[in-house]
Write a protein that binds this ligand. Structure first.
Ligand code: SF4
Length: 474
């Protein structure tokens, strides 16, 4: 029974129907690509017991909020592509007299826009200010904004992983934050700072034990960091995870540097790592220069050998690429697919070059007047990285879509999927890795079809290239 003195807090992860990765009804394989909304579990962990917390992940279904007990406070998080749903939800609750606090990366980068649509906005990381938000909410005196600081990741309660119902294949955890680099398309350094901060090992192990799911996504942007000390910390963490016999299999993200250290790879594998997303970003040196991704520009790095070293330890490699850079010309879709195949990656994750607020790319394209989907907040729904939203130098929007279709068609042909699964079976001599390879490959292939359906509504004429493609003379 609800204690009379307890206040009711709803935390909501808004949905975006245009994000095909979340559509589990139409693509059953997507259940292997959906994880618990970690930021809300973290906020729940920071919330004192006088508040009764309920989390709603709209990706699992949108509840009838009006039929539920009236909350005392609502907190809504949002990536850019979720922003207009977050604002609509905020309006719905505020119309009922419920105060709403918005947080997350989008509202931190577009604070003025968010302030006009909520009672309060948390800018940056919430840990340092959340208690004050709750105290002020209780007193009916919310400030318009709260500015979070970049604190050490040591003293904080664990995320409340058990708050959400089962129905997720993947639990999630964050073990580090921040990045000293500033790749043009990335806002991590703006949001989490340029200093890499790691969780203490014992605290990380204690929280991992609380995650009910066997599969875990480590959401860090780079699990190994960028310096020798960071790598030493990662080794200590992986060793402790292995010794703790957690019985978890985990996936994460890292730079290609992870493949340079045999001991690091071995410890990662022993700790349960079965897959890493690695940003290759572009098949061309000019593309890497454009993005500013330092690690990948090391001369003479043998990317195929790097991928093989990880795979020899049973770690799948998911290669991420960006399509639509200024250097990209006709045929880039196939070139990316062929590069992924040449590197020997198990999965290919290709996203449209998208200027997200808070990135250098946004500043550049905005200054050049090249942001085409610019009716905000409505157009934020297209900032899923699966829609063209800006003007590209050499490619029109319809050409971009053709290129993306080419990538999917070439890399995810049934023949190539079968070859990858067999190769994974040969390498690992077990069924887990080949199964994951097939499940994730089919997920990407079917999502390509779902994306094609959502692209049908786009006004392709809006996205003419900056440098017009020469037309044959009449
Ligand atoms: S893409 Fe990765 S390496 Fe580049 S700035 Fe973002 S987190 Fe750092």
């Amino acid at each position: 029974m609800r204690r009379l003195s307890r206040l009711r807090l709803y935390l909501v992860n808004p949905f975006n129907p245009l994000v095909s990765i979340l559509n589990v009804r139409e693509n059953v394989w997507n259940q292997f690509r959906v994880w618990k909304p970690l930021s809300l579990l973290v906020i729940a962990g920071l919330t004192p017991d006088e508040w009764e917390v309920t989390i709603f992940d709209e990706n699992l279904g949108v509840p009838d909020y009006a039929a539920l007990p009236r909350p005392d406070l609502v907190g809504i998080t949002a990536f850019t592509s979720q922003a207009n749903r977050a604002y609509a939800l905020s309006a719905e609750f505020r119309a009922r007299g419920v105060p709403v606090v918005l947080g997350g990366i989008h509202v931190s980068m577009r604070t003025e826009e968010a302030c006009a649509r909520a009672d309060s906005v948390v800018i940056g990381e919430a840990e340092s200010v959340w208690h004050q938000v709750l105290t002020d909410a209780r007193a009916g005196a919310l400030e318009p904004t709260y500015l979070g600081s970049w604190e050490a990741l040591g003293d904080r309660p664990p995320a409340r992983h058990a708050l959400l119902p089962t129905g997720y294949r993947f639990g999630s955890i964050q073990l580090s934050r921040g990045c000293p680099l500033a790749c043009s398309f990335c806002s991590v350094s703006q949001f989490n700072g340029m200093r890499y901060r790691s969780r203490p090992v014992a605290q990380a192990i204690a929280e991992l034990r609380q995650i009910p799911e066997k599969l875990v996504l480590v959401v860090d942007d780079n699990v190994i960091g960028t310096s020798r000390q960071h790598v030493a910390h990662a080794k200590e963490l992986f060793r402790a995870m292995a010794d703790a016999k957690l019985g978890k299999r985990w996936m994460g993200q890292a730079t290609i540097n992870v493949a340079d250290d045999e001991e690091l790879i071995e410890l990662a594998a022993r700790s349960g790592c079965f897959g890493l997303f690695i940003g290759f970003e572009s098949p061309s040196r000019e593309g890497l220069e454009e993005i500013g991704k330092k690690f990948n520009r090391v001369r003479d790095r043998d990317l195929r050998a790097s991928v093989r070293r990880l795979q020899r330890h049973g770690i799948m490699v998911a290669g991420s690429f960006v399509l639509g850079l200024d250097v990209d010309t006709e045929g880039i879709g196939r070139r990316i697919a062929e590069a992924g195949d040449a590197y020997g990656v198990d999965l290919l994750n290709v996203l449209f070059m998208t200027p997200l607020p808070g990135t250098r790319l946004w500043d550049t394209l905005a200054a050049e007047g090249r942001i085409v989907a610019n009716t905000f907040p409505e157009d934020w729904q297209y900032y899923t990285l699966t829609f063209p939203v800006a003007q590209h130098r050499h490619l029109s929007w319809s050409r971009m879509i053709d290129e993306m279709n080419d990538t999917t068609r070439v890399f995810y042909s049934y023949g190539r999927i079968a070859r990858r699964a067999l190769s994974s079976l040969w390498r690992t001599r077990g069924l887990f890795a080949p199964f994951v390879t097939v499940a994730t490959n089919l997920s990407f292939k079917l999502n390509g079809q779902l994306d094609r359906r959502t692209w049908r509504g786009l006004d392709l004429d809006r996205g003419a290239p900056v440098v017009a493609v020469p037309q044959p003379e009449a």
